[in-house]
Design a binder for this molecule. Structure first.
Ligand code: ARG
Length: 578
């Protein structure tokens, strides 16, 4: 079902255009820019006039005359050079809302041709602390995953763990340097492993022979040295445990926990295909694929380094092959910051030359960086890396300022307040991220992001909780919802806004842009607030109006919850305020 008013209007217009012999491609409406004049506008007459060599007002009048006969139109006028302004009858909008209320998908249809979509996000690395980029990738990816599923696509999400490159050899050689061997590896926890990595990183920066040693160990690890493999297995599983905990807190979920290492066997096949096709060559001891097509030559894809090891290019190419062959991917989408733009251009072009992903859409969604007030990548107040733990704690501290203390409200002890605190804190973090367009990056707002008012996650959660409380009270008073009747202008505009829900989700889907949903949720919550302040619900004049307003409130609650859900944000049933 698609209960979008535009879709219904477009259908009617198409018939009118057909009957008048006009090209139906211009038979569409948009939400009016002039809410005072009309609800929707059709500007098709202007384009038609050029083709038909007629006066646009004349054409607009012909269409308007037909439209007027439709019983859902309150008023149709032709304005300016030939704009058709349409105002809908209140009853029509009301009935539409009743239908939305009765539909479990709130009137949102699904896409016609669902696809198998593989989403590659998160992308943390073994032993390296997750930076804000990994968080952003997780938060954005989770939202896109939910949007894709909601519109009906078949989604597989994969964390694509960085577990196979030189850093692996660096950690192993650092442990060997400290212990003389790898005997103690299995006793090391994630904190110790991360410490080894940090030391290795410093050492390799300063010392060429350490770098060389790490390279050799990496190549041997990849080549199958059993001692290295066994030690690496432990590093990997400790890291996965830690990363899972992190993403769980943020409610970021993956179907697959594959990593670069899982592509190892297939890397060999990629090299084989390249050789068979005659597209690889040896260059300074390395095996490469040159990318010189087009007018902008890129550096080559490196399949095998001179030391025999595979690269980040090779694992990504092999992963594409696996996703296409085993998962039957029709679309693969990657989410990273702009530092990997060239990498993905090379990989996608390489995939095309190799012919491993025919008819598969490969997309790299580049997000901007999260910065601090100084415009530099976001750090803690003392200048350290902003890890997830610190970020969540900071957000919780803010939220605590707005909530009562445990025990201050009946039935809300330590446990309940703590749960509410973290639901709101996570909403604050995620919404602050998702309200910005993906590409733009943003400055992490340290003071207002967790407030209960303004364009924040908690504001939307609060709007939902407030409606929940109205609905609970209505129930206690045996008041039930009933058919929508629109009496006040505030409820009419709220109703029109609610009818946009399908459109909003599909635009967010098409543009892969959760901020469209965040914007809508915010303006919808505002619109509800205006309605709530001007239209009494339980003390309205008649029971028909009470029932109608309860229904409007319930749909608003359901739409807002759906919006937060698509952003990957939970909404607590009750939200207390200090
Ligand atoms: N591990 C990478 C990083 O930390 C991100 C992985 C992105 N996905 C991919 N298939 N290359 O930058």
């Amino acid at each position: 079902m698609n209960l979008l008013l535009e879709t219904q209007l477009n259908g009617v217009l198409e018939n009118i255009f057909l009957s008048l012999g006009f090209d139906t491609k211009f038979a569409n409406v948009k939400v009016s820019d002039r809410a005072d004049l009309s609800d929707f506008q059709c500007n098709g007459a202007l384009a038609l006039a050029k083709i038909e060599h007629k006066n646009p007002r004349e054409i607009a009048n012909q269409i308007a005359q037909q439209l007027q006969k439709e019983n859902f139109c309150e008023a149709v006028s032709v304005d300016g050079p030939g704009f058709i302004n349409i105002k809908l009858k209140d009853e029509f909008i009301a009935q539409n809302l009743d239908k939305i209320s009765a539909d479990e998908r709130l009137g949102c249809g699904k896409i016609k041709n669902p696809r198998k979509v593989v989403l590659d996000f998160g992308g943390p690395n073994v032993a390296k602390e997750m930076h804000v980029g990994h968080l952003r990738s997780g938060v954005i990816g989770e939202s896109i995953q939910r949007i894709e599923r909601f519109v009906g696509n078949d989604v597989v999400s994969d964390v694509h763990l960085g577990d196979w490159g030189t850093p692996m050899g660096m950690i192993l050689s650092e442990i060997i340097a400290a212990d003389g061997n790898l005997d103690k590896v299995e006793s090391y926890d994630i904190a110790q492993i991360t410490e080894f990595y940090k030391k290795a990183n410093i050492r390799c920066k300063e010392d060429e022979s350490a770098r060389e040693n790490a390279r050799v160990i990496t190549a041997e690890l990849q080549g199958g040295n059993p001692l290295y493999r066994k030690a690496w297995q432990h590093l990997r599983s400790e890291s996965v445990k830690a990363v899972k905990q992190n993403y769980e807190q943020l409610d970021v979920n993956f179907d697959l926990w594959w990593g670069e290492s899982d592509a190892h066997e297939t890397c060999g096949e990629i090299v084989k295909i390249a050789r068979e096709k005659g597209i690889s060559e040896i260059d300074n001891g390395a095996e490469i694929i040159r990318l010189e097509e087009g007018n902008k030559p890129k550096p080559p894809v490196i399949l095998i380094k001179s030391d025999g090891g595979y690269t980040y290019h090779t694992t990504d190419l092999a992963t594409i092959k696996m996703r296409v062959d085993n998962l039957r991917a029709e679309e693969i989408v990657y989410f990273t910051d702009s530092r990997q733009t060239l990498h993905f251009e090379q990989v996608f072009e390489g995939a095309q030359k190799l012919g491993i992903a025919p008819n598969v859409e490969l997309k790299h969604i580049v997000f901007g960086t999260v910065n601090g007030a100084d415009g530099k990548p976001f750090k803690t107040r003392d200048g350290g890396v902003m890890n997830l733990e610190t970020l969540i704690e900071m957000s919780k501290d803010k939220v605590r300022q707005s909530l009562p203390k445990a025990g201050e409200v009946d039935g809300y002890g330590e446990k309940e307040i703590e749960k509410m605190t973290s639901q709101i804190a996570i909403a604050a973090i995620k919404f602050q991220d998702l309200k910005n367009t993906i590409a733009s990056g943003y400055v992490f707002e340290l003071d207002d992001f967790a407030k209960f008012e303004g364009k924040t996650g908690p504001y939307i959660q609060y709007a939902i909780a407030r409606i929940n409380s109205v609905l609970r009270k209505a129930k206690q008073n045996n008041l039930n919802e009933s058919a929508v009747v629109l009496v006040a202008p505030e409820e009419r505009s709220l109703a029109l806004k609610l009818a946009q829900v399908h459109n909003v989700i599909f635009r967010a889907h098409k543009d892969k842009e959760p901020s469209i949903i965040a914007d809508y949720a915010y303006t919808l919550a505002q619109s509800f607030s205006t309605f709530y302040n001007t239209c009494p619900i339980m003390s309205a004049d008649t029971s028909a109006i009470i029932g109608s307003r309860l229904r409007i409130a319930k749909i608003t609650r359901d739409v807002l919850s759906l919006m937060l859900n698509l952003l990957g944000i939970e909404s607590p049933e009750v939200m207390l305020k200090a």
